[in-house]
Write a protein that binds this ligand. Structure first.
Ligand code: NDP
Ligand code: ZN
Length: 350
């Protein structure tokens, strides 16, 4: 089985040849229908200690081609959305609330991390009855492929911040993850909604998804720009989806005492995260900080599909580049790594 993945951690990606995965009784084998590369695939390839020959890819719509003996609700031929997080739901950690970390920190992230991902001729999804959802009629493939990572991650940023009606919010970074955080914040009732980024395609879509003001981080410190636009007042919530650890510092500098800084960006700086002394009120400013991994689960996917069907969100607008066939995963990955100005998100159709 051919797949595109990490050859040598931190250095080299390329094509690998692996055995077709062996299924457990609750698992299924899928062939990709469409996949998207993620910025996290780029982190896995170059920034974090990955397993050599690990196949990348964790955003997919797939067609079921084989099921394990105990699978109840899915059959060969079903077309399903596969979330980035596909935990082992029988792990006791699930009872501690965070299925994303069932089995240990980050262990809910199986595809492309714990096991091979979806940039392959076929891929395994564990515990399929719990993890995937059939793509309903009326949901475009380009939207369905984004629910399991971009939508659920961006929305989780708004959830972790527990945004209240009228809250002032700043989303730092408006790639596809940040754009979904903007949309999620607007849906949760944000008042002032600042969005930080520079690529014109992203800026346009941020406004369409509900940003009230767009700030270019290249024009000076973000906190200063936000405070100026907000009458000198600090804001309620900051959601970080780009800019690295410097964005955490900016977040603390602009959030009010009692406010919340949420991080959904993968922070890979080996030096650590930057919590500023003064911005945090000498560490005593009642400013909350939380980071989270995207929720998965069949119910979550179903609920996000309902939002698409009811016209509350259209993630398909983020698809800017289209590729065809397994071999094109390589070009799509490089595009995601290099981030040309006209890119938001590429899709690969199989
Ligand atoms: P992108 O690279 O497409 O977007 C990054 C954004 O950050 C862009 O808007 C970019 O601006 C902006 N940015 C860049 N530099 C700065 C800076 N110095 N200050 C402020 N903003 C800056 O990334 P994605 O949207 O694809 O992904 C975002 C992050 O989310 C990644 O780290 C990814 O790995 C992570 N992720 C996390 C998940 C989770 O579960 N927590 C799940 C999926 C992804 P510009 O317009 O100039 O490009
Ligand atoms: Zn991802």
């Amino acid at each position: 089985m051919k797949g595109f993945g990490v050859i040598k951690p931190f250095e080299q990606v390329g094509w690998v040849d692996k055995e077709v995965p062996v299924l457990g009784p609750y698992d299924a084998l899928l062939e990709p229908v469409a996949i998207c590369p993620c910025t996290s695939d780029v982190h896995t390839a170059y920034d974090i200690p990955a397993t050599p020959n690990r196949i990348l890819g964790h955003e997919a719509v797939g067609r079921v081609i084989k099921v394990g003996s105990e699978v109840k609700d899915f059959k060969v031929g079903d077309v399903v959305a596969v979330p980035a997080v596909t935990p082992k739901w029988r792990s006791l950690d699930v009872q501690d609330s965070y299925h994303q970390h069932a089995g240990g920190l980050f262990q809910g992230m199986q595809l492309s991390s714990g096991e091979d991902g979806c940039m392959a001729e076929c891929f395994k999804v564990n515990d399929i009855d719990m993890n995937v959802a059939k793509v309903p009629d009326g949901v475009a493939l380009e939207a369905a492929v984004l629910v399991g990572d971009m939508v659920t991650t961006g929305f989780h940023g708004a959830e972790l911040a527990d945004i209240k009606f009228g809250d002032s919010v700043c989303v730092i970074g408006i790639g596809p993850v940040g754009l979904m955080a903007v949309a999620g914040s607007a849906l949760r009732g944000a008042g002032k909604l600042f969005a930080v980024g520079s690529r014109p395609v992203c800026v346009e879509l941020a406004k369409e998804y509900g940003a009230t003001d767009v700030i270019d981080y290249k024009n000076g410190p973000i906190a200063e720009q936000v405070l100026k636009l907000n009458g000198g007042h600090q804001i309620d919530v900051v959601i970080i989806a780009g800019g690295g650890t410097g964005s955490i510092e900016e977040g603390f500098n602009m959030v009010r005492p009692g406010g919340t800084v949420v991080n959904i960006e993968v922070q890979s700086d080996p030096e650590g995260l930057l919590i500023p002394t003064f911005g945090s009120g000498f560490g005593c400013g009642h400013k909350k900080f939380i980071g989270g991994l995207c929720p998965g689960g069949r119910r979550r996917m179903g609920r996000l599909f309902d939002m698409i069907l009811e016209g509350r969100i259209d993630p398909s607008k983020m698809i800017t580049h289209k590729f065809y066939g397994l071999d094109a995963c390589e070009d799509a990955f490089y595009l995601m790594r290099d981030k040309p100005k006209d890119l938001i998100k590429p899709i690969v159709y199989f």
